[in-house]
Design a protein around this ligand. Sequence first.
Ligand SMILES: C[S@@+](CC[C@H](N)C(=O)[O-])C[C@H]1O[C@@H](n2cnc3c(N)ncnc32)[C@H](O)[C@@H]1O
Ligand code: SF4
Length: 453
Amino acid sequence: MDLSLKLMEWNRPVPRYTSYPTAPQFYPLGLSDVLQALKRYDETRRPLSLYIHIPFCRTMCLYCGCFVILNRRPEKRAAYVDLLCREIELTASSFSSKREVTQIHFGGGTPTMLSPEEFDRIFDALHRSFLINGEAEVAIEIDPRTVYEDRGEKLGHLKRVGFNRVSFGVQDLDPLVQEAVRRRQSEEMTVSTFEWARKIGFEGINIDLIYGLPHQTAERFRRTASRIAEMRPDRIAFFSYAKVPWMKTHQKAMPEEAEPSPEEKFRIYVESRSTFQEAGYTAIGMDHFSLPEDPLTKALHNKTLWRNFQGYSLKLAEDLLGLGVSSIGLIDSVFLQNAKSLEEWEREITAGRLPVFRGFVLNEEDKLRRWVIQTLMCHFELDKREFERLFGHRFDIHFASAREALDRLRADGLLEETAEKLLPTEMGRLMIRLIAAAFDAYLKPEGQFSKSI
Ligand SMILES: C[S@@+](CC[C@H](N)C(=O)[O-])C[C@H]1O[C@@H](n2cnc3c(N)ncnc32)[C@H](O)[C@@H]1O
Ligand code: SF4
């Protein structure tokens, strides 16, 4: 088999399956759908995860695919925090009593653009509205450039308000790459902020890297991969550059001619993966690595690993409440997405209404396909009998329409299949999105997603 030809064939647009159904399938939801989901959830008395979106950044990194609002005005941030606190209270008021929270994730944008006083206000609102479990995982995404100047002062504050996990955006240590993507972040800044976080006592530290950026080659990236492994973060998220210029037009400002070819991008991934594994990291799903004692590694071994909008995570709660502009939650099998324009989000909260604008009510078929996709993405193995026990359908009959796609995956050497199991091969693990896609009932060939490599 000619690998480069195959890579070209496999490198097609396919979702990353941080959710199933994927966000493009969401549709406008009525307020009654939203309230019913919240009410049904309330009756279960299950604990809750919270995702809180802080959209602001000072400058735009050209590769960025996140929901970002450029802003340097402190008063705009303060107004956002006011409304966020109102949203927290408004949402919690739809429950009959304070719900227990076992997991909180602050994502962005750049949550660390907030001042210490703004964090205090948000945590006051959270404590007024929810019972935050003493063992809860409380995590935040950090741009090292926002916590460097004060030499760890703000990091210390984050620890005091209750954060116990931090995730640093690094992407690449190479100044040539940083220049091309307009994210200038010295190695000294990356290393110092990391060491301060260790000294302060954060239990879990993650570092984000991206492969597929301009000027990256397997050879040039080798230094970043080994230097980061040497620093020994508890986790490394090693993301494939998601190129979606039709949605994120700033990506067009990067020098396309300097981007690695799909083959080179694949080489960077495979080499770095070995570097991390040789340094003692366990590969988690398609793009995470964690140290043996990290809870993510344990979750992989005891099969409690989960995939959500942040990537791979522990499943500490069945239901997720999204707060802040554009955030997405999943409450009692209903995806709920908040307004994506700041003005609309502000208008709804000011009027005392939940700012949800669209979502998706999962039916039984969606739920079982979601389980199949999650299982493949997290554990690289699917036990047909377990599926049959859980859902009461014969696997081979229920997925007869996926047969052609599965046979093609087998012929391509991406998948092995027995009467009992689906087993992605070594190469299939790297292309797991293609295998998951065989079970996506909504996927259209012309769908606009980033490519699989
Ligand atoms: C929302 S950012 C938050 C962290 C913080 N703003 C920072 O950049 O340091 C989370 C991570 O998403 C990843 N990311 C952003 N855009 C991406 C893209 N187009 N493709 C792959 N990963 C991306 C980066 O690794 C980034 O660190
Ligand atoms: S990567 Fe982080 S800092 Fe850069 S634009 Fe995206 S969210 Fe902002």
